[in-house]
Design a protein around this ligand. Structure first.
Ligand SMILES: Nc1ncnc2c1ncn2[C@@H]1O[C@H](COP(=O)(O)OP(=O)(O)O)[C@@H](O)[C@H]1O
Ligand SMILES: [Mg+2]
Length: 874
């Protein structure tokens, strides 16, 4: 026999078997059985047990209801779905009624306590059986948006890579997949890990036709898919359908309002693959994966949460046509030119909160008092904002700078209904402004009058009874009372009825007091009820203005982003890039926006970059730490900034549109990803060569470093030849390398040119000048560095000699060093030692395979040599 409560629990649990059920028991949310074990584990609370019938105990763990949010956050982060069963009847005799009032899944959260200001997306992915096409649907329920796309490719692996790139851009916190997808598409699993999204597998029938199409049509109450652009996109339909199914299952109140789909084509935007986003540190830095030190951080002068989200979106989807880029640039320029009006606009935007999410909670019928307050305060600022916008005129960029809708009707409603200050929750009272509803004011006045009469009783009772110690008091258990000190309590009149005895006093009530108390409590209760009812009515009437308000939120977000970019441009001296459809790039005195911001004392050294058909491929040589990687990334970042509509860090920039930016950074950075680094490099490079077009920008940094010299050199060489010669390729390519031999390519291939980063070694030490100059770097650089490092004369002289012999041999890839390098002349100082034994530094030097060393390794070896020499001498 189980207890009735156990039966109730099991019944509720059955409603959402795959969620963790929080079962409200007094001041706690309790969990049982396996749920208790999960809760104890994830939230680090004690696991105990509880009897649920004769001789039966089950595991139990609970959390206090008043701090449940912090535990919910932990459960959400762990990707656990949670159902909350509340007590819905007054506790009394027998079993309290309980109902599941909320279900939480990570991708469908709307509560401000559980969300960050970032987008929170739920995504669904469906692959066709041949894995040559896939659909992705994504929804941010806090914005009420749903987008879908269908991707196609000629090879399953490539399709999968594109799906992953798009998922990485969307950054969903929860992903829906048909069951067993990761078995069919193994490459997806590690990508989902990197995304840190919780994954829910849904049964195949949910994605299958004809049910999928029917669900979408019925859910959106439409007759045909054309309006959403979903015709002939079966994979996208499957994904949308599963997304609707899932939201409908767990969040029916939200699902009902999520009934529009926008399809988009990834071809409308510059594709940024996962590695490129990472390597260019667009939204997070490579080391800690935080926003600090990213391009986003440098540009983010937005003042509203929806603006911040939109800026992130712009960064992830640079545009591909000059007109729409220029439309954004026009807005940025207008704001840039008028600093005074810009700061007015930004100041006003700074006083606006998350309008999008406030409005969306109104739509879902789950608005908090301060959501409505926030909407009202925002609307109140719009006339000021429009006055500031007048400064810009509308000719420049109407989509950004024309007056925003002031939503006067919604504002009137909210101003009339809501008091200036609003409580955090509906339960707290003070939701409705005086004068909004006479009935409510009346109730409040009656309670107030009763309270005043009750307080007046203190005086009247004192004089009537002649007992000066009488006080009126209130506590939550006993209600109102008259308190009389013990010493005077023998003299109270008969009309006093004892209520409670304390050590020093007695507490009484009288008929009149009881009457007033009832009056107060009744009117307070009715006040609270009426206030909540009125508040809900106001929120509901506001729904009629939801579209207008959403439109306003979108306008404000766009304005915020344009203003942020204008502000970044002013702060950091950026210029408007000139965009064109040709091939050439001409950047005068370009800088890296993030590196420049991190250099506090030293000044960033600007550099030019000119790329034409004749100089499409540029090979950059120079020692480690000279600034090669920075220069390469800077070129990519400037192109990307321009195409997202931002000004750029340069004195001037004339930029041909690029369709894609590919970056591959050799070896060391890729190590964490687990694959052998050379394998990774080759996979990534293969991907580039298969996808780049003549209009792409290729950033290849030390490709081939992850393997032995000969392999690496050979492959680097072949890659450059391919980019140069392949039909339809000849893409703009910047190639940084430590393989000096590659500079020979400039003589053989007409579009290849050499550049090098200059260093000054004329003084006693090496100075990195960070300037880019024509031609290749000197080959003997390591030997120079050795001299600077204080290597014994004999060692660096011998090193120079070996180098000379290597160079004389003329072979880029010598067969054997022993044949090539002659023994040192007998008159070397090292040999004139008393012992015939060779100097250990020289021994070490003999074992050195110069060709297999990267500049950094060469430096390290030289330091070792110095140490050996010092140890030996001293
Ligand atoms: N143009 C520049 N002006 C000033 N400092 C620079 C510049 N380029 C690079 N640096 C500095 O030099 C460091 C090394 O640059 P990096 O590009 O990684 O060199 P490399 O790739 O040649 O080893 C950077 O971290 C940065 O601090
Ligand atoms: Mg580098």
């Amino acid at each position: 026999m189980t207890t009735p409560m156990r039966a109730q629990y099991l019944e509720l649990k059955q409603q959402y078997p795959d969620t963790l059920l929080l079962f409200r028991l007094g001041d706690f949310y309790e969990t049982f059985d396996e749920d208790a074990e999960v809760l104890a584990d994830v939230c680090e609370v004690t696991l105990t047990s509880r009897p649920v019938g004769q001789n039966q105990r089950v595991p139990l763990a609970g959390v206090p209801y008043h701090s449940v949010d912090s535990y919910l956050a932990k459960l959400m982060d762990s990707g656990i779905k949670v159902a909350i069963a509340e007590q819905v009847s007054e506790p009394g005799k027998g079993l309290v009624d309980r109902k599941i009032t909320q279900v939480l899944t990570r991708g469908t959260l709307t509560s401000p306590d559980l969300l960050t200001a970032r987008s929170n997306r739920l995504a669904a992915v469906h692959f066709a059986p041949d894995r040559l096409s896939a659909g992705i649907a994504a929804s941010d329920v806090t914005e009420g948006s749903c987008q879908a796309t269908q991707l196609q490719d000629s090879h399953p692996d490539e399709l999968c890579a594109r799906v992953i790139d798009e998922l990485i851009r969307l950054e969903p916190s929860e992903v829906l997949l048909p069951a067993a997808t990761t078995d069919r598409v193994p490459a997806l699993a590690p990508a989902l890990d990197r995304l840190d999204a919780s994954v829910s597998e849904l049964e195949p029938w949910i994605w299958a036709e004809p049910g999928a199409t029917r669900r979408v049509l019925e859910h959106c109450r439409i007759a045909r898919l054309d309006g959403f652009g979903l015709t002939n996109k079966p994979q996208a339909v499957a994904a949308v359908s599963a997304l609707f199914h899932y939201v409908g299952e767990y969040q029916p109140a939200i699902a009902e309002h999520l009934n529009r789909v926008q399809t988009y084509e990834t071809s409308g935007f510059m594709l940024l693959d996962e590695y490129t986003r990472l390597n260019l540190e667009l939204v997070e830095n490579l080391r800690t994966r935080q926003v600090e030190g990213s391009l986003l951080e440098t540009l983010d002068h937005t003042r509203t949460p929806m603006g911040t989200r939109l800026l992130r979106d712009w960064l992830g989807r640079p545009l591909l046509d000059t007109d729409s880029i220029n439309a954004r640039l026009d807005a940025v320029e207008a704001l840039f030119e008028n600093g005074l009006a810009l700061s007015d606009v930004q100041e006003l935007l700074g006083r606006i909160g998350d309008l999008t999410r406030w409005v969306q909670r109104v739509v879902y019928g789950s608005a908090f008092p301060r959501d409505l307050g926030g909407i009202r305060d925002t609307l109140g600022l719009m006339p000021d904002l429009n006055r500031s916008l007048q400064e810009f005129g509308t000719a420049a960029a109407p989509e950004f700078l024309e007056p925003v809708p002031e939503c006067a009707a919604a504002l009137d409603l909210l101003q009339a209904a809501l008091p200036d200050e609003l409580p955090a929750t509906l339960a707290q009272g003070g939701l409705i402004r005086e004068g909004f509803r006479p009935e409510l004011d009346d109730l409040k006045r009656r309670a107030q009058a009763a309270r005043e009469r009750l307080l007046a009783m203190e005086e009247s009772e004192r004089s009537a009874t002649g007992l000066p110690g009488i006080k009126v008091g209130f506590n939550r258990v006993f209600g109102y009372y008259l308190e009389v000190p013990k010493a005077q309590s023998t003299r109270v009149p008969d009309t006093y009825i004892r209520k409670q005895t304390l050590v020093n006093a007695e507490r009484y009530f009288t008929e009149e007091l009881k009457h007033l108390e009832t009056e107060i409590l009744n009117s307070e209760e009715r006040t609270a009820e009426l206030e909540q009812q009125l508040f809900r009515e106001v929120a509901q009437s506001l729904q009629a203005h939801a579209e207008e308000l959403r439109g306003l939120a979108r306008r404000l977000a766009r304005l915020d982003v344009a203003a942020a970019l204008a502000q970044a441009a002013r702060d950091n001296r950026y210029v408007r890039p000139e965009m064109h459809d040709g091939f050439d790039i001409a950047i005068a005195q370009g800088r890296h926006p993030v590196v420049e911001a991190t250099l506090s004392e030293t000044r960033f050294v600007p550099n030019d970059l000119r790329m034409t058909e004749e100089s499409a491929i540029q090979i950059l040589t120079g020692p480690n730490m000279a600034g090669k990687s920075t220069y390469l990334r800077q070129a990519a970042v400037i192109c990307l900034m321009a195409q997202m509509g931002s000004f750029v860090p340069a004195e001037s920039a004339r930029l041909g549109l690029v369709d894609r930016i590919f970056t591959r950074i050799g070896a060391s950075d890729a190590i964490q990803r687990g694959l052998s680094t050379f394998m990774v490099e080759m996979i990534e490079t293969a991907y580039i060569l298969n996808h780049a077009t003549r209009r792409s920008l290729l950033i290849l940094d030390e490709i081939g470093r992850g393997t032995s010299t000969y392999d690496g050199l050979a492959i680097a060489w072949a890659i450059l030849e391919f980019v140069h010669n392949a039909e339809g390729l000849g893409a703009k390519t910047l190639f940084a390398t430590h393989f000096h031999e590659l500079t020979d390519l400039a003589d053989r291939l007409p579009k290849v040119q050499n550049r090098h980063v200059q260093v000054d070694d004329s003084g006693g030490s090496i100075t990195f000048l960070h300037t880019i100059a024509e031609g290749a770097a000197g080959r003997s650089f390591g030997v120079h560095v050795g001299r600077m490092a204080g290597l014994p004369k004999a060692v660096h002289e011998r090193a120079a000699e070996i180098l000379g012999q290597l160079e004389e041999s003329g072979a880029a890839v010598p067969d054997s060093l022993t044949d090539l390098i002659q023994a040192p002349a007998p008159d070397q100082t090292v040999q004139s030692t008393l012992f015939l034994e060779e100097h250990p530094a020289l021994q070490a030097l003999r074992q050195l395979d110069v060709n297999s060393l990267s500049p950094m390794e060469a430096m390290n070896r030289l330091y070792d040599l110095v140490r050996i020499a010092e140890e030996h001498d001293g």
